[in-house]
Design a protein around this ligand. Structure first.
Ligand code: GLN
Length: 317
């Protein structure tokens, strides 16, 4: 199937999504993240898949409506919101677009690059990006983030307070990264406030279905295909997808692109959003992670769907 063609008919997509779920539901490789204490309590058997098309068609399999904290996947959407607000040139002055080749919470990556965060999809770059969110008070800026991500999802997203508390009590490394950014003159606001905002954005509760709608909005030139809301511009969607292609899956971004051929973003709770420009997006949730912090079942399901539906952007036939 040509990757440039449309998706197959609704029933075929639906069947293949269920097939992907059946194939990998028994895969028990990987471990649940536990460096944020409450995340260790996640049920490793959970597995949800969702695919939302840019025409609004939606498909779900398994635990697609189970809530989990969005974690690093928020980085993609906050980046898009900030670019839409202040322009990608200004954001680019603060945050680069190259992969670090290092773990998401690396401090060395920042030190090696003269204190300039290499990209917005790892913690240093994401904290710097969150530091660019406009607005006065902390609560005003938070509401801007929460309502912006909610527009991507097409429903009001809310905090998982237990995750927020657990992560706030243990996020010493992120606080160190923010202080380091400040020392290099790359954070204008109070570092503690910016880390608080960043931790809140990571603690927003979403489902695999939400991820698919959020991704489909980026696939659809910034227009939410369910609500019709233009959340960000088509240019910002394009730029965000470019950064996701090079940096969205941390140090495994190259392997992911080589095998699956789609811009994507993962988070440590086991979520993945994979975007098919012009066509739609896959949202996946399964808590067991590989060593880089990417969901094992989620990756396998996306690889299967990319092949079965002809989604690889680099395939010419
Ligand atoms: N909130 C998490 C952190 O900052 C997000 C990391 C992730 O999902 N990879 O450590």
């Amino acid at each position: 199937r040509a990757s440039t063609g449309a998706l197959p008919g609704w029933s075929q997509v639906d069947e293949l999504l269920h097939e992907a779920h059946r194939r990998y539901a028994g895969l028990d490789e990987g471990t649940v993240a536990d460096y944020i204490p409450v995340l260790a309590e996640a049920d490793p058997s959970l597995f949800g898949l969702s695919l939302v098309e840019t025409d609004g068609g939606a498909h779900h399999a398994g635990d697609a409506q189970t809530a989990f904290s969005i974690q690093s996947i928020s980085k993609a959407f906050v980046f898009a919101l900030v670019c839409d607000e202040i322009g990608h040139e200004l954001v680019h002055e603060r945050v680069g677009v190259n992969n670090t080749g290092l773990p998401f919470n690396s401090v060395i990556a920042l030190e090696l690059n003269d204190g300039s965060p290499m990209n917005p999809m790892v913690n240093a770059g994401a904290i710097a990006t969150t530091g660019l969110v406009a607005g006065g008070s902390l609560e005003e800026r938070w509401e801007r983030i929460r309502s912006g991500l909610s527009r991507f999802a097409g429903r009001e997203l809310a905090l998982d307070h237990e995750v927020l508390r657990s992560e706030s009590e243990t996020n010493h490394r992120n606080q160190a990264i923010a202080r380091l950014l400040q020392s290099y003159g790359r954070l204008d606001d109070d570092p503690a406030d910016v880390v608080d905002l960043y931790t809140r954005q990571c603690s927003l509760a979403v489902t695999a279905e939400d991820l698919a709608v959020m991704g489909a909005t980026l696939a659809d030139g910034g227009v939410n295909p369910i609500t019709g809301d233009q959340v960000v511009s088509a240019e910002v969607s394009r730029d965000t997808l470019a950064v996701l292609a090079s940096c969205g899956m941390y140090e495994r971004s190259g392997e992911w692109l080589y095998e699956i051929g789609l811009p994507a973003k993962s988070g440590v709770t086991g979520g993945i959003v994979a975007i098919v420009p012009g066509k739609g997006a896959i949202g996946a949730y399964a808590p067991r992670l590989d060593p880089a912090g990417n969901s094992v079942r989620g990756q396998r399901a996306c690889a299967f769907l990319s092949r079965a539906l002809g989604l690889n952007l680099f395939a010419s036939l």
